[in-house]
Design a protein around this ligand. Structure first.
Ligand code: FES
Length: 147
C-alpha cells in the first residue's frame, strides 16, 4: 500500500513537471488543440485523400468531403508529434465550410499565427499540414476535371 502511494506521488510529480514544461514550450492554443484533436481520424468515404511524409519522417494524411465547391468535412491522421496534431486540427478548423480556393490559399504562416506560434524546431509541422491539405485538394481537382 505504501509502495502504491509512493508510486502515485512520483507519477503525479512527473505529470506536473511535464505539464509545466509543456506550458513553457507551447502556446495555450497549441496545448488545447493537441490535447483535444476533434478532427483526428479518417473519413469513411472521402472525396479525396492527401498523404505526405515530411522530411522529419512523420506522415500526415488528410481526407476531405466536398459539396458545392466547399469543404463539407475533413479529418487528419498523423504519426507525428504534438505540434503536428495541433497543426492538423487547427488547419481543418480553419478550412471547414470554406471554398476550395480559400482552403488552398491558407499558408503555413497563417496556420502558425492561428496557433500563436510554435518553437522553431516545430515550424515544419505546419508546413506538413498545409502541404498535405493542398495535395488532397489537388487530387480532388484532378479527379473532377477528368470526370
Ligand atoms: Fe515531424 Fe512534427 S516533428 S511533423
Amino acid at each position: 500500500m505504501e509502495d502504491e502511494d509512493e508510486f502515485d506521488t512520483m507519477l503525479k510529480d512527473l505529470q506536473n513537471t511535464i505539464e509545466e514544461d509543456e506550458r513553457q514550450t507551447y502556446s495555450p492554443v497549441v496545448l488545447r488543440e493537441y490535447r483535444n484533436p476533434t478532427y483526428f481520424g479518417v473519413l469513411q468515404h472521402p472525396d479525396s485523400v492527401g498523404e505526405i511524409k515530411g522530411p522529419c519522417g512523420d506522415t500526415m494524411r488528410i481526407t476531405v468531403n466536398i459539396r458545392d465547391g466547399k469543404i463539407q468535412d475533413a479529418r487528419f491522421w498523423t504519426d507525428g508529434c504534438g505540434a503536428t496534431l495541433a497543426s492538423g486540427n487547427m488547419l481543418l478548423k480553419m478550412i471547414k465550410g470554406k471554398t476550395l480556393q480559400q482552403a488552398t490559399a491558407v499558408t503555413p504562416q497563417q496556420l502558425l499565427d492561428a496557433l500563436e506560434g510554435l518553437p522553431s524546431e516545430h515550424i515544419h509541422c505546419t508546413v506538413l499540414a498545409v502541404t498535405t491539405l493542398k495535395k488532397a485538394l489537388e487530387q480532388y481537382q484532378k479527379k473532377t476535371t477528368k470526370d
